[in-house]
Design a protein around this ligand. Structure first.
Ligand code: TRP
Length: 360
């Protein structure tokens, strides 16, 4: 069986370092590993519209931002198919058929949907499209016969729901769809990178995200004002790592060679942590180190993005070509689905003969 990746993001804003450690960095590695027959990376504009129905311009503006972020991180249109969800009509068709295989109560139990409904104060009036987006996400994944879906932890319930739909479909209509596996980030810090203020959620309105396109000065400011251990008042005091944002970021970003370059007194992160806990290591020193690490990681991304920004028509060309390619792949799956579901009337000469026989 071929190994196929599908994943993507909603275009509701520029991507930030949370996206980077949560999924982007891994995608680029997977793309370059040569282990996958196909890599599909989708800009989920239709899904973004499920809770932004009144803000089409916001979604439209952010499609190209996300594409720039993708390519700046190293997603390469020569190796991966970058495409826009709404340009693949087969995804709507699949969703429509899958709706018959999912109950309302199952959707209500989806923890991610539950949390999002609360966050958006949708309790009293949930848009149907939003409520059913896990079904459309199952369509996204299965349309490309994806075997592997690299995503953040919050997407786990979506993949579980997809697997259930696949199982149900294959049971009812015969073996047709591929059951995907999720690929989660390698450590807890990457799973859930907090905002620079220590809050669990990174959001534009809180001003607590570091964007991939952030300028060096801004990165430095945000790092230097990061939330640490509020009880670590004097350098001599022992510090705590629990909920300490600088150390969470170091867990996600730092490698041993960063110590050689920027903090040669320590061999690795464990030594730095031990000193902090013992007391005698100030926040500023750790912040300066984290700043150096982040600057090193983000500089090439920002520079590539600036290069890419010089030729926006090319970005749209990439997305158009990718969408055409993606549509072909989805259409192949739809052929199989239609025949499994017995709605392939005109592609089945046997059916016509049979019916003619019946009415003779
Ligand atoms: N729900 C994902 C997100 O937040 C986007 C997405 C849509 C997706 N369809 C997908 C991810 C399919 C992985 C696979 O942002």
């Amino acid at each position: 069986m071929s190994k196929i990746i599908l994943t993507g993001d909603r275009p509701t804003g520029k991507l930030h370092v949370g996206h980077y450690v949560g999924s982007l960095r891994r995608r680029v590695e997977l793309q370059n590993s040569g282990e996958y027959d196909k890599v599909f990376i989708m800009i989920a504009d239709a899904q973004a519209l499920t809770d932004n129905a009144e803000h089409p311009e916001k979604v439209r503006q952010n499609v190209v931002e996300v594409a720039l972020d993708y390519m700046a991180c190293g997603l390469d249109p020569e190796k991966s198919t970058l495409f826009i969800q709404s340009q693949i009509p087969q995804l709507c068709e699949l969703s429509f058929y899958y709706m018959n295989l999912v109950t309302v109560s199952r959707l209500q139990r989806n923890p991610t949907v539950k949390a999002e409904i609360q966050m958006r104060n949708f309790e009293a009036s949930i848009p149907v499209g939003f409520f059913t987006y896990p079904i459309s996400q199952a369509a996204d994944i299965t349309a490309f016969q994806a075997t592997t879906v690299p995503v953040g932890e919050d997407q786990l319930p979506m993949i579980e729901q997809t697997r259930e739909i696949v199982h149900k479909f294959n049971t009812v209509y015969g073996e047709t769809l591929v059951e995907p596996k999720v690929l989660l980030p390698e450590n807890q810090a990457c799973m859930r990178l907090p905002g620079t203020d220590g809050k669990a959620k990174m959001s534009k309105s809180l001003g607590n995200c570091i964007y991939l396109s952030e300028e060096p000065d801004e990165i430095r400011k945000k790092v230097m004002s990061m939330f640490t251990d509020p009880n670590h008042l004097r350098v001599e005091d022992p510090g705590s790592l629990e909920g300490n944002t600088i150390f969470t970021y170091l867990d996600a970003f730092c490698q041993n060679e960063h110590f050689e370059r920027y903090l040669p007194d320590y061999g690795n992160l464990e030594e730095l942590k031990a000193h902090y806990q013992r007391g005698g290591l100030g926040d500023v020193k750790v912040k300066k180190f984290l700043n150096n690490v982040l600057q090193e990681v983000l500089e090439p991304v920002r520079n590539r993005r600036k290069e890419l920004q010089k030729d926006i028509p090319y970005i749209y060309e990439v997305l158009k070509k990718g969408s055409e390619e993606a549509e072909k792949a989805a259409a192949e799956t739809l052929d199989k689905v239609r025949s499994a579901m017995k709605i392939n009337y005109f592609a089945d000469p046997e059916l016509i003969r049979e019916q003619a026989e019946k009415f003779r």
